[in-house]
Design a protein around this ligand. Structure first.
Ligand SMILES: Nc1ncnc2c1ncn2[C@@H]1O[C@H](COP(=O)(O)OP(=O)(O)OP(=O)(O)O)[C@@H](O)[C@H]1O
Ligand SMILES: [Mg+2]
Length: 386
């Protein structure tokens, strides 16, 4: 099959490697040359993926069987057309289109499907935001409708924060939409990603839940399995099944939940491998999340997903701008037991950019906190230089 991969970061790179291993053809696309997935794909294209005409051109040129989005910032409205042309958009045009805008996916989850979410409102002006804040209460979180990785996101604690939050969200908005969602701050005890694998002709399967910690809008460590009660897990699985079914198509979804004293809150989802799911590269499961995504897309039956080990991932970030990043400490991390790492091969670095990841596994009996600590220590051994 010929796969047009839209977005060529570290997740796309692992997906491409999985596809290469079973003989598929991948054309990797991104806005810059030498992106991680391009380094392992058959061919590549450099375009602005928010430009619909540029997208149309490469779709017409390559005539792919599958379009696999790896990021949100794509002119996803075009996907409906590609579906009509007979191309399989993964997992579906609707899933990609709805999740690129927080409004579409939140209204689907909350209003249409009745899933429990934080109380929320939308706003297109600072005045509307003021009203929204009154409706949901403080503290609350403001996010641009179109953004990811925490861009433009801030927490309002007092009246004085409202205008700041508005301006910050406008600056952090992607695309042409200037609208925000304001949602009540959920005092969660933990948050999880539930990797959900929707198959074409077989039952939906769930990976063991993944715990994670966020900082500045990006995950810092993730671990599997996360601690969760049976009741909360069934509830999360039930919600994940409902929302993925409503979005349609086959593939792996990363469904995000908050676990609070008063139950499970649906937060958002990625209709594709999730960054916190990189922990599966530590060998926690019989198949990692990229292999699962690929198999589900290709309609290859997945009999079961088994949890083999406890695992943790910890990110390795750059601290400076560079057009020639180099790495030290590789021998040190390599010398650790039950430890592995990935260097993504990004051609440039900037402060806080994720450049590599440390991966640790251990027996399922090992307390998960210990595994996370080991991953953090392993990550701290590697330094990115400019
Ligand atoms: N209503 C909320 N209450 C408490 N914390 C929240 C709330 N909304 C978001 N957060 C925190 O901010 C993080 C990022 O939020 P969210 O996942 O909505 O944004 P994002 O920009 O789409 O992030 P990403 O694309 O990296 O998943 C969450 O994982 C959570 O830690
Ligand atoms: Mg998120």
């Amino acid at each position: 099959m010929k796969i047009l991969l839209l977005g060529s970061g570290e997740l796309g790179k692992e997906f491409t490697i999985a596809a290469q291993r079973i003989g598929q053809i991948v054309i990797a696309v991104d806005s810059y040359e030498n992106a991680p997935a391009m380094q392992v794909a058959h061919d590549f294209e450099v375009i602005n993926m928010l430009d619909g005409d540029a997208l149309d051109k490469i779709v017409a040129k390559h005539q792919p069987d599958f379009i696999v989005p790896e990021i949100e910032a794509i002119r996803t409205e075009r996907f409906y057309d590609y579906e009509k042309q007979g191309i399989t958009v993964v997992p579906s045009a609707k899933a990609a289109n709805f999740t690129m805008n927080r409004k579409a996916i939140r209204d689907l989850a909350s209003k249409e499907l009745g899933l429990k979410t934080a109380k929320y409102r939308y706003a297109t002006t600072a005045e509307e935001l003021q009203k929204g804040v009154e409706a949901v209460g403080m503290p609350c979180v403001v996010k641009p409708l179109m953004s990811s990785s925490g861009k433009g996101q801030s927490t309002i604690k007092t009246e004085a924060d409202i205008e700041k939050a508005w301006n910050y969200a406008v600056k952090g908005s992607r695309g042409d939409v200037v609208e925000v969602i304001v949602e009540a701050f959920v005092k969660f005890n933990s948050e999880i990603t539930l990797l959900t694998v929707v198959q074409n002709n077989n039952p939906t399967l769930f990976c063991a839940p993944i715990g994670h910690r966020q900082e500045r809008g990006d995950y810092q460590e993730s671990w599997q399995p996360a601690k969760i009660s049976d009741k909360d897990l069934y509830e999360a699985q039930d919600m994940a099944e409902k929302v993925t079914e409503a979005l349609g198509g086959a593939g792996l979804f990363g469904v995000e939940f908050f676990l609070a004293d008063d139950g499970v809150y649906f937060s958002e989802l990625s209709p594709r491998p999730h960054d916190t799911g990189m922990v599966t590269l530590a060998g926690t499961q019989n198949f990692n999340e990229f292999e699962l995504h690929l198999r589900a897309i290709l309609s290859l039956p997945i009999f079961e997903i088994t949890l083999e080990k406890a695992g943790a991932s910890a990110v390795i970030l750059a601290s400076e701008n560079s057009t020639n990043p180099t790495y030290s400490g590789i021998e040190n991390i390599a010398s650790l037991p039950k430890t592995d790492f990935r260097i993504f091969g990004k051609p440039t670095s900037r402060p806080y950019r994720r450049m590599a990841v440390a991966l640790v596994n251990d027996t399922l009996e090992t307390p998960i906190e210990e595994v996370v600590e080991k991953a953090k220590k392993a990550a701290s051994l590697v330094t990115v230089h400019s």
